[in-house]
Design a protein around this ligand. Structure first.
Ligand SMILES: *Cc1c(COP(=O)(O)O)cnc(C)c1O
Length: 237
């Protein structure tokens, strides 16, 4: 089935602007990331043609094959890595990405620092926090997260720029549980910003195709939308 990517982007952008308005938030306070995993380069290029420049991928190998030529041809393009990241994939992840949204353990920072130092690149990171029962990824406790933030504050990771937080809500029809997960991330972010005022951790990456409007009501600054832009993913590929 063919998908009209430009029309979908317009629709989602309109819904984002409406949700901002309903929530009493300034227009443009929420950014849209187009999650292009499992979709080919041509789809990414269609999105770029329609004015979309921020993308997300969750598999390093796929991103590393797809994005360097696209970024070379369209230097305004930005890619965030949003999936569970194994340490042996960090090298390519920091080469192709401008932000790692899925930092879920202290040891990952060691590897990010090491690989970024090698190529003399500073990289933004978001701390993924576990807020929903079904999803498995993310820091499990505030203590672990504080350990990471304190280590950055102490100068252990000079190439790492802590920029905010990310979560995935549980996959459920129960909107209250989805909302609770977003509220939990917002409140955590607030506590961390008070405790670590030197860092500008203003990014709240939350909301996907099925729940981005709730996420915007609860303070999201960045929604990660795949299916509603590019159509269903074909996992058999
Ligand atoms: C795939 C993915 C998305 C996009 O999901 P859709 O439901 O297709 O919008 C968002 N965030 C993460 C972390 C993902 O892996």
């Amino acid at each position: 089935m063919s998908v009209n990517i430009a029309a979908n982007l317009k629709l989602i952008n309109d819904k984002i602007r409406d949700a901002e308005k309903r929530a009493g938030r300034p227009e443009g306070s929420v950014k849209l990331m187009a999650v292009s995993k499992f979709h080919p380069s041509e789809d990414v290029l269609s999105a770029i043609e329609a004015g979309q420049f921020l993308f997300g991928e969750n598999r390093v190998q796929e991103a590393f094959e797809k994005f360097p030529p696209i970024i070379e041809a369209h230097p305004d393009t930005e890619l965030h890595m949003i999936g569970v990241l194994q340490s042996n994939k960090v090298k390519n992840a920091v080469k192709v990405g401008s932000c790692i949204e899925s930092v879920d353990r202290l040891s990952l920072l060691d590897e990010i620092e090491k690989q970024c130092a090698k190529i003399d690149k500073k990289i933004k990171v978001l701390f993924e926090f576990h807020t929903g029962e079904e999803s498995k990824s993310g820091f499990e406790s505030q203590e672990e997260l504080e350990e990471a933030l304190t280590a950055i504050k102490d100068g252990k990771y000079p190439h790492v720029i802590p920029s905010g937080f990310m979560t995935m809500a549980p996959f459920t029809e129960d909107k209250n549980r989805v909302r609770k997960s977003f509220v939990m991330l917002r409140e955590l972010a607030q506590r961390m910003k008070e405790k670590y005022p030197d860092f500008e951790m203003n990014e709240l990456s939350m909301g996907m195709s099925g729940d981005f409007e709730i996420a915007i009501e609860e303070g999201s600054t960045l929604v990660r939308v795949g299916t509603a832009i590019f159509g269903e993913r074909d996992y058999s590929k």
